[in-house]
Design a protein around this ligand. Structure first.
Ligand code: PHE
Length: 330
């Protein structure tokens, strides 16, 4: 028996151990043979021999399963080593990416308004006439529609020209109060140094009970926001016109390039236009079925912010996918 103890303990492979298992525990194995022999032993010795054999059997079984576990672990370790990938190996093609400057700017804008408790809402890029124009106090054939050159599909469908339709959708599916922003891509038939057919907007809307929302509220949040984005700048509100707000204003910051002295970027005015805003026109509330409410709205172009922050001269370069431009924003 001793030799088998030794054999089990020193078995090097699972196959070798399996051979030993058959030789020891198998039908024709050593243990079976010893039990067979016992049958021919004198009766008074049988019990003693059986007891001894059972002790051997127990010990051998224990040793066997111990060895089996050890071999399995070794096998697993071997397999893992063989399949291991060295992630620290240098690869000449691996490069670290970065967010596109437009997305990075969008994230910063969204972060500000999210911190101010504005919910982030999205909507379809292919819109219908009602949500993009009609409900925003832009009736059919009204000349104000010319402010936005539009890509049309059949059946009065179009690529949204601003994210304002998301605000219409939100008001039509939620009761006031509303405190939301709508970030996303918008489309217009425009192409020059500062315009691309696709660009990004973040528009905001706040609605509460009548008399609770004032121009002063709007002024405060936009000034605070613009200083968050551009640092210590002067902020100026200029009367303007949008069909969906009344009164409306365009918002300028003091030129971040010349500090307001006048330079090429600000066309010697000392100011940069960055936002449109106003108090929501009652016609818009009527279109969505809101009564006895007041609200403010604002809208901005993300690319314009990115161009100012990163001092990019030609907006089109942001969308050409030239890796040499993008690498500068890592
Ligand atoms: N929707 C306007 C645009 O795209 C921006 C805007 C939004 C202006 C809300 C005022 C109020 O030009």
């Amino acid at each position: 028996m001793e030799e088998w103890y030794n054999a089990i303990e020193t078995a090097e492979t699972a196959e070798k151990l399996e051979e030993i298992r058959i030789a020891v525990f198998g039908k024709k194995g050593v243990l079976a043979a010893e039990f067979e022999k016992m049958k021919t032993a004198p009766n008074d010795q049988k019990a003693g021999i059986a007891k001894e054999l059972n002790i051997h059997k127990g010990k051998l079984t224990g040793l066997f399963s111990e060895r089996k576990a050890v071999l399995q672990t070794l096998e697993l370790e071997r397999a893992m080593k063989a399949e291991a990938i060295d992630v620290t190996l240098y690869s000449p093609t691996s490069q670290r990416g970065a967010l596109h400057p437009v997305m990075e700017t969008m994230d910063r804008i969204v972060d500000y308004f999210a911190a101010m408790n504005f919910a982030v809402k999205t909507g379809p890029m292919v819109e219908d006439d009602f949500h993009n124009f009609e409900a925003l106090n832009l009736p059919k054939y009204h000349p104000a529609r010319d402010m936005q050159d539009t890509f049309y599909f059949k059946d009065e469908m179009l690529l949204r020209t601003h994210t304002s339709p998301v605000q219409i959708r939100t008001m039509m599916s939620h009761k006031p109060p509303i405190r939301m922003i709508a970030p996303g891509a918008v489309f217009r038939r425009d192409y020059d140094l500062t315009h691309t057919p696709m660009f990004h907007q973040v528009e905001g809307l706040l609605v509460d009970k009548e008399g609770k929302v004032s121009f002063a509220n709007l002024k405060f949040i936009l000034e605070d926001f613009l200083r968050y984005m551009f640092g210590d700048v002067e902020v100026r509100f200029r009367p303007s016109f949008f069909p969906f707000t009344e009164p409306s204003a365009e918002v300028d910051i003091s030129c971040i390039f010349c500090g307001g002295d006048g330079c090429r970027v600000c066309s010697k005015t000392g100011w940069l236009e960055v936002l449109g805003c106003g108090i929501v026109d009652p016609n818009v509330f009527e279109a969505v079925g809101y009564k006895n409410v007041s609200g403010y709205a604002f809208g901005l172009g993300v690319e314009r912010f990115a161009m100012l922050i990163h001092r990019i001269g030609d907006l089109r370069s942001l969308f050409e996918g030239d890796i040499r431009l993008l690498e500068q924003f890592k």
